[in-house]
Design a protein. Structure first.
Lengths: 312, 495, 167
């Protein structure tokens, strides 16, 4: 036990002595990724972590704490020291939508935001032999037949289509699926009329394997301007998903600013741009911490309105 | 044709060759570590491939996938630590065989069967992928429900001495699998306020908890209560070997496993665990000495390992042609494809022909490498059994803790593992089939989801059920299958 | 369940067997699920297909039926089957306690020392000593090996080899 006391004494001495003369960061940064290892979000996080390491000159230790769409990581970060040595990575909706469902112990104000680094794109897909080619056709089909089958992946896309169903007065038969590939499978196999998908559907659309009749993210799909967005179709909802770096509430201001500046540079790196544009097929979107928080609050207001309409 | 030759030359380049070797090694090592598994090996390897050329990168990951499959078998056989639920089927005969002093025999059986199953399904993939994919796509929720229900009936024969206890175990497993966010209403079920449970119980933690930890505890206890029995007989190397000729006598279970694995792998949504246990129960049903299965019979290992591995090859059929992965490892592979700018889809054979044929060549190469590296390592792996128990079991226990911590991202899963260890221990002592529990845990939620999907799809238009003749036939056959199995059971217990 | 073995010393004696009590315990467990846990933990609102509580309820009924069958089948003492032994249950408790304490120590040490792998460096050797002690009849060198060499190898493999952070 003496040994442990020695270590404790030594470590304590280090931590107390440090702020006097050292500049952030003077030790490795723990970087908690809110998704399981190996996926697209994780890949982006790791590329950015490598860039951060280069910018800050300190090791960035990537640790995956996946679960509940980033909420597990958010909850974990909430309980950490706000010294800037523990930061997290999740998505917009982890903070803007998930808390509105009342199932998580945090809200937008319980965390600090460092930056938004890139945006996700989400679309409505339909089988290639579907009896409609566009959004209006889909609504017409639904009205004529009385219902439409829809493959859903996450609670938010389910809520959005319920909202659309209410607005258009059509019955949407929501078929729950586990994960993007299962929903894609249902669409490709023609088991449903409509499905939710991330950017993975874009190459299939380009190959003619499926139709894409609308996009949900603001701004739409730049390389396919023919695809309308929910906004241009006249709905007041969006699905604004983007990757967010965040930290515990009341984070050390100096550390937060340094991280924000480093990320502003990191998102301009060639490796990251190539990943976002060509591999991940997301959108370049950088927001500062303050902008991120404002965006989250604006989105949350939209989702709360949407939840009200659905509950009516 | 030129494309194919060019592709094979690509695959034979030194870089590709070395990356496949590295992949296979990473897969074997990480797959064998208690608590880690093939998806974890994949996740570790993916960042390494960021800077590599596409073929080398994908070749490496395919190597990881195949190496990881065999690595999982090593842990399952030698230490009873299945990293994924499907490896639980390998422990059934593999671990008793290793404990009976034949670890190398068990590993060799697993290795040869695994490579054979893999090669069979790779050949099917290479020759028939586009055609098969179109058929596989026709299986929607209704068909999947029917297939799962009849499979569950077939697997019920694994329930051990008491059918009631077996069914109870499966029901308990299926019940625990309902923990998490309900897929339809998005409201939490049995999460008791823990958001860590929203995605359900972590399967690796549960599998290690109920299967491996109780086994370790029992081994530790033996060290306390009686003189070391040295059940691990130090045999001369000659007796602990599986001559290739002898392995050939297992060709029936191996081929059946390969067939089952390939079929199930080609249909996304069913998964490796189903294939492994179906193949195992089929082998038990048709075995001349069914009572030997579960006590260390090589057929048992051959049946499960060939089926497991066949799934991983056949998984690439829907993966390449439709971008739909069949299991977690394959899902990570899709991600890696996208990272390297390869988009799976119907046009992949036209757009990325050279790469796809290069991948096929790399797959065959990976199979050969698993065989070669596995054989070279066998002697080394088998030594694990000779390590004194007071060294190996404490370390394996710690590895289970660390492995689950790392792969599941935190202590929460480790505490769950500990809780499930207590459950598994009581199940072991009370002779409640842990295998049935695992089957219920994995298949239960699949059945629930596919039935609920079918109900939603048919709710507005019940007559559409007649569009699914295949499913109707299967459902109609289920009682007959159940009757035959019950009759078998009675005959066995009478005889 | 752990109390069950006290009743029948040997399953061939008159009286109820352990499995009879197991069956009863399962029935009670199933009833508990149906009457208390399922209503408290599942919310059926918002479903339009089969309700989320259907599968758990059905499975609870299956468990109750199986438990009843097990109990009835074992009304009469049947030969075979091992009984729980109290000392074994105690040993299980000791093992679980050892692992649990190791986890607590790892967690606390990980928080106390702001360094990567600190929790593991403190907790793993202590845990390994405890696990090794559970085995008894262990030569002293094995303690040293487990407490020093094994954690070092694991750190080397996970941290430097695979770049996976430990607690």
């Amino acid at each position: 036990m003496k040994f442990i006391k020695h270590i404790a004494a030594a470590t304590a001495a280090l931590t107390f002595a440090a702020p006097v003369f050292a500049e952030y960061p003077e030790k490795p940064i723990n970087f908690i990724v809110g998704f399981r290892a190996g996926g697209g979000s994780d890949a982006a996080a790791r590329i950015l972590a490598a860039e951060l390491e280069a910018q800050l000159g300190q090791k960035v230790i990537v640790e995956n704490k996946g679960g509940a769409g980033g909420a597990v990581a958010a909850q974990y970060i909430m309980g950490q020291k706000p010294d800037g040595y523990t930061i997290g990575f999740a998505v917009n909706t982890t903070f803007s939508y998930t808390p509105t469902t009342g199932s998580v112990p945090y809200g937008i104000d319980d965390l600090d935001y460092i930056a938004t680094t890139h945006g996700y794109r989400v679309v409505y897909t339909a089988p290639k032999d579907a009896p409609f080619d566009d959004w209006a056709g889909m609504i017409a089909t639904a009205k004529e037949r009385g219902w439409i089958n829809y493959a859903s992946i996450i609670p938010l896309d389910r809520a959005v289509i319920q909202y659309v169903g209410k607005k258009e007065d059509i019955a949407v038969n929501i078929v729950p699926t586990r994960g993007g590939s299962a929903a894609r499978q249902a669409v490709l196999g023609g088991h449903v009329d409509l499905g939710f998908s991330g950017s993975n559907a874009l190459p299939m659309y380009e190959d003619g394997a499926m139709k894409i009749i609308a996009s949900m993210n603001p701004g739409g799909i730049s390389e396919h301007p023919e695809i309308p967005t929910l906004e241009t179709l006249g709905y007041d909802v969006i699905m604004n998903d983007a990757a967010v770096f965040f930290g515990p509430k009341d984070m050390d201001a100096d550390a937060r600013a340094k991280l924000e500046a480093a990320l502003a540079e990191a998102v301009k790196s060639e490796a990251f741009l190539d990943f976002v544009n060509n591999k991940f097929r997301g959108v370049e979107r950088y927001l500062t911490g303050a902008e991120t928080k404002a965006a989250l609050q604006a989105d949350a207001a939209v989702y709360i309105e949407m939840n009200k309409v659905i509950a009516e | 044709m030129d494309v194919i030759i060019a592709a094979f030359l690509d695959a034979l380049s030194l870089t590709t060759f070395l990356s496949v070797i590295a992949g296979v090694l990473i897969g074997i090592v990480i797959g064998a570590i208690p608590g880690l598994n093939a998806p974890m090996a994949m996740a570790v390897a993916i960042p390494l491939t960021f800077t590599m050329a596409p073929l080398a990168a994908i070749g490496m990951l395919v190597g990881v996938m195949k190496g990881g499959g065999f690595g999982g078998a090593i842990g399952a056989i030698l230490l009873n630590t299945p990293g994924e639920p499907h490896s639980a089927a390998t422990t059934l005969d593999g671990h008793p065989m290793a404990r009976a002093g034949k670890p190398r025999r068990a590993l060799q059986t697993a290795l040869y069967s695994s490579v054979a199953g893999d090669t069979c399904s790779d050949l099917v993939l290479i020759l028939l992928a586009p055609t098969l994919a179109i058929y596989a796509l026709k299986a929607g929720p209704v068909e999947l429900s029917a297939i799962l229900i009849i499979s569950l009936t077939l697997i019920a024969s694994l329930s051990g001495r008491s059918l009631a206890k077996g069914i109870f175990a499966a029901a308990l497993g299926a019940f625990l699998a309902t923990v998490g966010i309900d897929p339809e209403t998005a409201s939490p079920r049995f999460t008791f306020g823990y958001i860590e449970l929203f995605d359900g119980l972590p399967l690796a933690a549960v599998a290690i908890g109920v299967l491996a930890v109780p086994e370790i505890i029992e081994r530790l206890r033996e060290g306390r209560t009686h003189r070391p029995t040295r059940d691990v007989v130090t045999m001369s190397d000659g007796a602990d070997r599986m001559p290739f000729r002898e392995w050939l006598s297992l060709k029936v279970p191996v081929l059946r496993g390969a067939g089952i694995g390939t079929t199930i792998g080609a249909m996304p949504g069913l998964g490796t665990t189903l294939a492994a246990f179906l193949s195992y129960s089929a082998t038990k049903r048709f075995s001349k000495e069914p009572e030997k299965l579960g006590t260390g019979a090589p057929e048992g290992i051959a049946a499960t390992e060939s089926a497991n591995s066949a799934v991983s090859g056949a998984n690439l059929i829907p993966l390449l042609t439709l971008g739909i992965p069949g299991n977690l490892t394959a899902a990570l592979l899709v991600g890696a494809f996208l990272i390297h700018g390869v988009t799976p889809g119907p046009l992949i054979f036209e757009r990325d022909a050279q790469l796809v044929y290069g991948l096929f060549a790399a797959m065959i190469m990976a199979n050969v490498l698993v065989l070669v590296l596995g054989s070279l390592g066998l002697r080394l792996f088998a030594l694990i059994v000779k390590v004194p128990p007071y060294l190996i079991y404490p370390i394996v226990l710690l590895l289970c803790v660390v492995g689950i911590y790392v792969s599941q991202g935190g202590f929460f899963a480790v505490w769950l593992m500990l809780g499930f260890a207590a459950l598994g221990w009581f199940m072991l002592k009370l002779e409640i089939s842990v295998v049935c529990f695992i089957i219920g845990l994995v298949l239960g939620p699949m059945i629930e989801l596919s039935i609920r999907q079918s109900v939603i799809l048919l709710s507005r238009n019940p007559m559409a059920i007649f569009d699914h003749p295949f499913a109707m036939v299967l459902v109609a056959l289920t009682p007959a299958v159940a009757w035959v199995l019950v009759r078998d059971r009675q005959r066995l217990s009478d005889g | 369940m752990s109390n069950a073995p006290k009743h029948p010393a040997k399953s061939t004696l008159a009286g109820f067997t352990q499995d009879f009590y197991l069956g009863l315990a399962i029935v009670v467990f199933g009833a508990l699920l149906l009457l208390w846990i399922i209503p408290a933990q599942v919310n059926d609102a918002g479903s339009f297909g089969l309700p989320p509580s259907l599968a758990p309820k059905a499975l609870a009924w299956v468990m109750i039926i199986c438990g009843a069958v097990i109990a009835v089948q074992n009304l009469r003492a049947t030969p075979g089957g091992r009984d729980l032994v109290l000392s074994e249950v105690v040993f299980l408790g000791a093992c679980l306690l050892a692992v649990g304490l190791t986890l607590v120590i790892m967690g606390l040490a990980g928080q106390a020392f702001d360094r990567p792998n600190a929790g593991f460096m403190v907790g793993a050797p202590l845990g390994l000593i405890a696990f090794t002690f559970l085995h008894s009849r262990t030569p002293v060198w094995a303690y040293a090996f487990n407490a020093i060499v094994a954690p070092v190898v694991i750190i080397a493999a996970f941290w430097w080899g695979l770049e996976l952070p430990l607690p």
